[in-house]
Design a protein around this ligand. Structure first.
Ligand code: ADP
Ligand code: MG
Length: 265
């Protein structure tokens, strides 16, 4: 497929929500792979010590002698820790468990909140999209991601209390906008893991749309067995099962993300 023109270059999007298990990593991996499939040059940056996005695109964490930890703490250049993946147009900056120490190690460090932003500057022109998979917390790693980003995409799981905790996230976004990154925008809100067999899903969709209005993507990610299986094979859904419903919807989401850039840009 050919790339469409007229898009903002090197747009950095954080995938964030301090709740665990809402689909951040699944979205980071599969949105990245879908954008790559559309022909955009994509860099996936894993800043979760779990490293699930790293293994999700087929990188063996044991092979990563250096990771994003070294970028944040030792000021190793981002280029030095970058891995190509087996997917065309998709590179990754991996995270390993070493990163678990960074939350604490960053505390006394000068300009600790802008480390990732500085590191990614030299790469912006080489990619169309840089997607950052955030950890399930609002600590210094997520702050680094929000500070480095043009926008933040918030996955919200279709479950009871879907909106719970989001005011905390929005508050953190406002603080970052005020003190560290005045141009940070909300890219969009993505409903995830919709179980179409229950009424609950419909209620949650209505509730989230009432709150976030036109920020909510048309694409809603269903609960899909293939999406759940793909990580254990180290493959994005675009490769693991490109004909699955999960693959189709993440591709739709990628188109929505691209089209909203065209409207603005
Ligand atoms: P987070 O990064 O927010 O903690 P994950 O993306 O890791 O969340 O998702 C949590 C778990 O749910 C993972 O095991 C993942 O494979 C699974 N999962 C995520 N999205 C879906 C989906 N749409 N359908 C089925 N399983 C999913
Ligand atoms: Mg995750």
């Amino acid at each position: 497929q050919t790339k469409q023109v007229g898009v903002i270059m090197g747009k950095i999007i954080s995938i964030a929500n301090q709740k665990g298990g809402v689909g951040k990593t699944t979205t980071s991996v599969n949105l990245s792979a879908s954008l790559a499939k559309l022909g955009y040059r994509v860099l996936l940056v894993d800043i979760d010590p779990q490293g699930n996005a790293t293994s999700g695109v087929g990188i063996n964490k044991a092979d990563a002698a250096k990771c994003v930890y070294n970028v944040l703490i030792d000021e190793v250049s981002a280029k030095e820790v970058l891995f190509p993946t087996e997917i065309d147009n998709l590179d990754v900056i991996p995270a390993t468990i070493q990163l678990a120490g960074a939350e604490i190690e960053l505390v006394p460090i000068i300009s600790r909140e802008i480390r990732l932003k500085k590191a990614l500057e030299e790469l912006k022109s080489e990619y169309d999209y840089i997607i950052i998979d955030c950890p399930p917390s609002l600590g210094i790693l997520t702050i680094n991601a929000l500070t480095a980003s043009d926008s933040v995409l918030i996955p919200v799981q279709c479950e009871y209390y879907a909106l719970e905790g989001l005011s905390q996230l929005l508050n953190t976004i406002r603080l970052v906008q005020k003190h560290l990154n005045t141009s940070l925008m909300i890219e969009g809100v993505l409903l995830t893991m919709l179980d179409a067999r229950t009424n609950l899903g419909i209620q949650v969709i209505e509730e989230v749309k009432k709150y976030f209005q036109d920020k909510v993507y048309q694409s809603i990610i269903p609960r899909n067995v293939r999406l759940g299986e793909a990580p254990s094979h180290g493959k994005p859904i675009t490769v693991y099962d490109p004909k699955s419903r999960g693959a189709e919807v993440y591709l739709e989401l990628a188109r929505e993300v691209v089209n909203s850039d065209k409207k603005v840009g």
